[in-house]
Design a protein around this ligand. Sequence first.
Ligand SMILES: [Zn+2]
Length: 420
Amino acid sequence: MSLPAGAQKLAVLNCSQLVTLAGPPRARTGAEMRDLAIIHDGAMLIEDGCIRQVGPRAGIEPLLPNDCQVIDAGGRVVLPGFVDAHTHPVFAGNRAGEFERRIEGATYADLAAAGGGILSTVRETRAASEETLLGTVQRYVRWFLESGTTTIEAKSGYGLTLEDECKLLRVIARLQPLRCVPTFLGAHEIPGEFRGRPQEYANLVIQEMLPRVAREKLAEYCDVFCEPGIFSLEECRRILTTARSLGLGLRLHADQFSDSGGATLAAQLGAATADHLEHTSERGILALRAASVQPVLLPGSVYALGSTRYPDARAMIQAGLAVVLATDFNPGSSPTPSMPMILSLACTHMKITPAEAITAATVNAAYSLRRGQEIGSLEPGKRADFVIHDCRDYREIPYFFGVQSTYAVYIDGCPVSRSC
Ligand SMILES: [Zn+2]
C-alpha cells in the first residue's frame, strides 16, 4: 500500500499490545465483549487523521513512506480513546463543601433545606455567563483528555429555563478538541420556581424548550431524570415522545434509586440507552433486551454516594445486552472524569472482566451515540482517536487504580495531551 503525496502521514510503531477492538460493525454482546482483537507488537498507519492500515509491525514497517512521521509507542499499550457516554460537564461552582457535610452526617433533606444539592448548582450556573462557563469547563475538558477520553456525551440540565438550557448547549457546542455529543436534559430536576408543580414544568420543557432545541439543532439526544418524586413515568413519556417526534434520540436516567419502571419505559419508547439501572429487575433487563436498548452503567455515582448497590452487570451481559460504562461526571453524585477509575470500579464491584470493561468504554459506547462507524475501535476508515497507555498489558489499566495511565492522547491523529 502507498499513501498519496502531500497527505499528513503518521505511523505508530512498537505497541506491545495494539488493542484494536476490530469486529462486526455493531455494539458487542455476550462473549464478544471479551474479544479485544489485540495485535502484539502492533503498528498503525494514519493519513489525514484517518486510520489506513493496522497490523503486526513486521507487516506495516516496510510500507512506511519516506515523509511519514513515526510515533514510537516504546513498547506500551495502545487503545482507542475512551468514549464517555454519560456526562454532565457544564456547571458553575462545585459541591466540595456539601461533600464534607455529608461525611459529617447531613442527610439529603438537611442539605436541600440549607439550599444545597442540585438546585445550588442550578443557581450558580444560571448566574454564570456563557463565556464564564466555557472557561470553567476547559479545566474538565483537560481532565477528560488526560484520562484518555477522546469523546464525551455532554448533557445540559443545570439551567432549567429556556435561555439557560440553550446557554449550556451552546457551551457544549464550543468545546474543543474533545469530541462532544450534545444531549438536552431540561428534565433533570424541578426548579425551585416550579416546586410542587412538576406537570407545569414538564409543559415548559415540551412546549418551549424542546422545539427551540430541535430548531436550533442544539442537541442530538433528549434525556430525562425518571424517578418517583422527580419526574414520573407519565411526565417522562410525554417529554420523550415529543423529543422523538422532533427527531431527537432518547436516553433516560432510569431506576437509580428504585425499580420504578424506567427501564421498561426506555424499551417501550425505543430509547438508545437506559442509564444507571442500579435497581432494575430481571423483567426490566428482559425488556431492554427485547428492544435492543443499551444499558449505560455508572459505578462512579454508586461509589461517590457511598452506596454498595451496583447495577447487575453480569445479568445484563448474560442476557445479551450491549453494556456501556461511563463516568456520570457531575458535581453532586460523581465528580470524576476518569474512565480508568470507572473501569476499576466495574471490575472490582460489578465483576466485569478488564476486556469487557474496555469494550463497554469504547466500541459499545460509540454505538450508543451513533458514532460506531467513526470511532470506538482502531480499524481502517475510522478516525485516528487513540491513546498510548504507560503499561505493557491492558489489564494494568483497571488493576493499578488511582494512577494516571495515559502517556499520550491523539484525536484525528493530532496530539492533544502528552505527559512524557
Ligand atoms: Zn447522570
